[in-house]
Design a protein around this ligand. Sequence first.
Ligand code: ADP
Length: 223
Amino acid sequence: HEINQPLNSIKILADSLLYLNKKGKSIETPKIFENLQKISDQIVRIDEIIKQMRAFTGYRQGQAATKCDLNAAVEKTHELVKHQLSLKEITLHKKLGGGVKDVPGNVNIIEEVVLNLVINAIQAFEKVRGRAKEILCETRLEEDKVIFEVSDNATGIEDEIKERIFDPFFSTKTLDGGMGLGLAIVSTILNGYNGGIEVFNNDSGGATFRVELPAAPVRETHE
Ligand code: ADP
C-alpha cells in the first residue's frame, strides 16, 4: 500500500500529460514542470521506503549474538548528533551505569537502535519553544537485565496513539515526511535479541522509551 500509493500518483501525473498530448492539446511548460516535480517527490518517497525496508531485512538476517558495549553506543550516538543538538539548542545528558559492556547484540545494530530513539527525541522538540529542551540517556543493570532509557521533556505521547507508534508506517510527522518505520524496526530488532521496548510519559511532560535487553550473553546450544 505504501509503495502502491506513490506509484499510482506517478502514473496519474504522467498519464494526464500523455493524454493531453495525445489529444493534441497544448500544455503549458509550468504545468509540465509541476507534474515532473510531483513525480520526483513521489519517487524520493518510494526510494526512502525501500532503503528502510532493506535495512530492516538486513537487521533480521544479521542478528549474530556478538557483544556490544551499550555505553560506547550512547557516546557514539552523542557524537553523531552533537551538531544537531547545538543547532536546536537541546542538551543531552548522560547517566551511564556499569555492567552494560557485554550486551548480547551486534554493535552496529544496537547503535542504530540508540540513534533512532535519540533522533526521535530530538524531533519531538520541533514545536517546543521558549523553555529548556533536554534529553537524558540512561543505562543501568537491573538484576539480569540491561536497561537503556531515552527520556525527553518535549511533548509526550497521547494515549490514543501510544499503542500505534510501534506499527510500521505509523507517523505523526506528516510535514517532514516521517516514514513511520523507525520504532517498528527498533522493536523487531529488540525482540530478536530477547529484549523489548516500552514507552511512557514522564513527569517532565515528555516521553521515556525504555529498552530492555538480557544482561548475560545468550547461551550457545552446543555448550
Ligand atoms: P517516524 O519518526 O518516521 O515518525 P517512528 O516509528 O520512529 O517513525 O515514530 C512513530 C511516531 O512515534 C512518531 O511519528 C511520533 O508521533 C511518535 N514518537 C516517537 N518518539 C517520540 C518522542 N520522543 N516524543 C513524542 N512522540 C514520539
